[in-house]
Design a protein around this ligand. Structure first.
Ligand code: GLN
Length: 487
């Protein structure tokens, strides 16, 4: 296995044993970035080769001097372009933020730097994280490393493609309705959305504030545990960040959960689920049984309404969050002359892409005085019921499992003219965000044509530690996570 195919934990071990230097690792990934980027289009902004090599050399020097190094010393981390990076352009893959250079780092970026990680470029995404394929990026579509004719998923598709395509060992994404778990599933890697409040959203450019969470992509669950350990924790700059102790996830991740009870919701295996995906997920559940787990058939009776509720709550919050981009407060101003309102609307029409405009219109509508009760308030009630379904499930089960996505990766362009078809690909992922739960997708097989399939695991709030251990149980008994695509 070449350096670029290794996990972050392996790269840390190689450095500790003196078998590879941080500079060698940085050079390997810089070369992989250059060789693969024209095929994968994972990045919005290339890693800064000079800064990367300089930082890697500093880490090597520190190690030589016997100084204490951070938990991610010398590990390149690619970061989704929705997270503010001091002095580095952060666009959300939108024209309206084309020239935005944040004067500060997001909390998670500060945390990465504090642990000696190497910031390794900014990744492509659907504009303002709205989408499931990265085709809504105003700049480019990223490619699935397993088949470059296909989408890598979205909205964090660039972060997923970068890790699956071995341009970076780990990366950060954000998940509002599935944008970490869905691309992780479609690219054959691990992706985790932490409990709402576990990770500070300070410096994350908001899409839907009550649903957004930042989380890691990695080749395996161990690296995912490591990344979460670094980015999680209280931050007073985000009032929804919870002051709960952060367990040392890496210390316990290899401990299997005894007498594991797995809730299998019948609603996740109904119409619309691709047969190959269903088979792979069923096989994975059987594997858990072999490992001593008990499968408990359950029902999440309100989950059929979750998607509709999500596509009201998320656009409502987006319409409010995105009001600041108006050519006055933020974003370039239209060259056309007009009064204040005309200037706002022309600047916004020029700066936002179609999908973002669609969501702003939808969100404004569902919040408008005549329709608020019929749509927004009703959606909030459904959200409460979705959460209650999970509370009931976790009273008897340790974890809820099912497919992450209804099908494997689709072709670029296949759904881009049909927003509803695209929204349907989020059917299994949105409940987790509505209920604020932690969720992880892990690889559980391939279709006959060689496309990855993901198993989704959902846990009770703040039980990431247990969730990671459960995910690792399957991973230790399988080898899907060791496969790398030929790019
Ligand atoms: N695909 C979903 C949407 O378009 C989820 C996006 C996300 O999680 N950021 O809203």
């Amino acid at each position: 296995m070449s350096l670029i195919e290794k996990t972050a934990s392996e790269l840390l071990a190689l450095q500790a044993e003196g078998k590879a230097s941080a500079v060698e690792i940085a050079d390997a990934f810089l070369a992989a970035y250059s060789a693969r980027e024209s095929k994968l289009q994972s990045f919005m902004r290339a890693p800064d080769a000079v800064a990367v090599r300089k930082q890697a050399a500093e880490i090597d020097a520190k190690r030589k001097r016997g100084e204490k190094l951070g938990k991610l010393a010398g590990v390149p981390v690619a970061v989704k372009d929705v997270l503010c990076t001091k002095g580095i352009r952060t666009t959300c893959s939108s024209k309206i933020l084309e020239n935005f250079v944040p004067p500060y780092d997001a909390h998670v970026v500060e945390r990465l730097k504090a642990e000696d990680a190497i910031l390794f470029g900014k990744t492509n995404m659907d504009e303002f994280a709205m989408g499931s394929s990265t085709e809504n990026s105003a700049y480019k579509s990223s490619r699935n490393p397993w088949d470059t004719e296909r989408i890598p998923g979205g909205s964090s598709g660039g972060s997923a493609a970068a890790v699956a395509g071995c341009q970076a060992p780990v990366s950060l994404g954000t998940d509002t309705g599935g944008s970490i778990r869905q691309p992780a599933a479609l690219c054959g890697i691990v992706g985790m959305k932490p409990t709402y409040g576990r990770v500070s959203r300070y410096g994350l450019i908001a899409f839907a504030s009550s649903l957004d969470q930042i989380g890691p992509f990695a080749h395996d669950v161990r690296d995912c545990a490591l990344m979460l350990e670094v980015i999680a924790g209280h931050d007073k700059r985000d009032s929804t960040s919870v002051n709960e102790p952060v367990p040392a996830y890496t210390r316990t991740v290899n401990d299997p959960v005894k007498e594991l009870k797995i809730g299998v919701p019948k609603e996740f295996f109904g119409k619309g689920l691709d047969a190959e995906v269903a088979t792979a997920v069923q096989q994975a559940l059987k594997e858990y049984e072999k490992l001593g787990a008990t499968l408990v058939p359950i029902s999440l009776p309100h989950s059929p309404y979750a998607l509709a509720a999500y596509y009201i709550v998320a656009p409502a919050e987006a319409s409010s969050n995105l009001a600041r981009f108006d050519g006055m407060h933020y974003g370039p101003r239209t060259k056309e002359k007009g009064d204040l309102i005309e200037t706002y609307s022309k600047s916004r029409a020029e700066g936002f892409g179609k999908e973002v405009q669609r969501r702003i219109i939808l969100g404004t509508y569902v919040l408008s005085s005549g329709y608020k009760d019929a749509y927004y308030v009703k959606a909030l009630k459904v959200r409460r019921l979705v959460k209650k379904d999970f509370d009931d499930a976790f009273a008897t089960c340790d974890v809820v499992m099912g497919p992450t996505t209804p099908s494997a990766a689709f072709k670029i362009g296949e759904k881009s003219d049909d927003p509803l078809a695209l929204y349907l690909s989020d059917v299994y992922t949105v409940s987790c965000n509505l209920a604020g739960l932690p969720g992880v997708s892990i690889p559980c097989g391939f279709t006959k044509s060689g496309l990855p399939i993901g198993l989704q695991l959902l846990g009770a709030p703040f039980e990431e530690e247990k969730l990671l251990r459960i995910a690792r149980m399957y991973e230790s008994a399988s080898d899907w996570h060791t496969k790398r695509p030929k790019v």
